[in-house]
Design a protein around this ligand. Structure first.
Ligand SMILES: Cc1cc2c(cc1C)N(C[C@H](O)[C@H](O)[C@H](O)COP(=O)(O)O)c1[nH]c(=O)[nH]c(=O)c1N2
Length: 211
């Protein structure tokens, strides 16, 4: 018997949510209501985590000093990344917008506490990276929760993670998982921006192998 908790209509809506979740780099500057943000952040508490370790650590990046440091970090890393391409690829790369850090009203740096005692090591003894994967699962839920509210999230990884950890003065055992820009998206699309600008395309179907 099928679980009746969710309706066909909900399933259709959920599918639409998955299709319309985008990585957003173009934000409007109007503020995000704190109640809505808090509701979305609750998805961290609902996320799966290895051994129930809940290793996510969230820093809200608000001060001008902290934001300037993060932006400078991105600009330096992005210039280095550009230098790694040549010819047409370099030209295309230089035109990409790869962060909304100059506009996004809310910005979060999310870390993993690699040494948390919570969860008592269950599931992470042979694969300690599971703690970091747990943080990624929470971010995925957060991404969907934001989108369901009409908000967008942009993941920024073009950064020197150690420099950012120093600038934000976080404990030594925290590893950066990502820097996140949040806000109201300028546009809605079912096609990734990198696909629209010709950088890369989604595969038409999931390749699955059988053993
Ligand atoms: C771990 C990780 C890290 C990054 C990203 C994603 C993920 C999962 N993405 C976004 C990425 O480009 C995007 O997800 C794909 O292009 C697919 O687009 P949609 O997310 O479907 O819109 C991303 N985008 C960007 O402009 N700058 C960045 O630094 C990053 N970093």
């Amino acid at each position: 018997m099928r679980d009746q908790t969710f309706s066909d209509e909900f399933r259709a809506q959920f599918n639409l949510l998955l299709r319309l979740r985008r990585d957003v780099r173009r934000f409007r500057t109007d503020p995000v209501d704190e109640t809505v943000l808090a509701r979305c952040l609750d998805s961290f508490r609902l996320a799966p985590s290895v051994g129930l370790s809940e290793p996510w650590r969230v820093i809200r990046v608000e001060s001008k000093t902290a934001r300037d440091a993060a932006l400078k970090n991105f600009q330096t890393a992005n210039a280095q990344a550009l230098a790694g391409y040549s010819g047409e690829q370099a030209q295309l790369y230089s035109r990409l917008k790869l962060s909304g850090m100059q506009e996004a009203p809310v910005q979060l740096a999310v870390f993993c506490d690699d040494t948390t005692g919570k969860g008592r090591g269950l599931g992470a003894a042979t694969m300690p990276e599971m703690r970091r994967y747990s943080v990624v699962t929470a971010i995925t839920l957060f991404w969907l929760a934001l989108r369901a509210e009409g908000l967008g999230l942009g993941w920024v990884s073009i950064l020197d993670p150690e420099q950012l950890a120093r600038d934000l003065e976080v404990p030594d055992d925290w590893r950066l998982i990502g820097y996140f820009c949040l806000g109201w998206p300028e546009e809605v699309s079912d096609i990734p921006e990198l696909e629209r600008v010709g950088w890369e395309a989604r595969l038409p179907e999931l390749p699955i192998e059988t053993r």
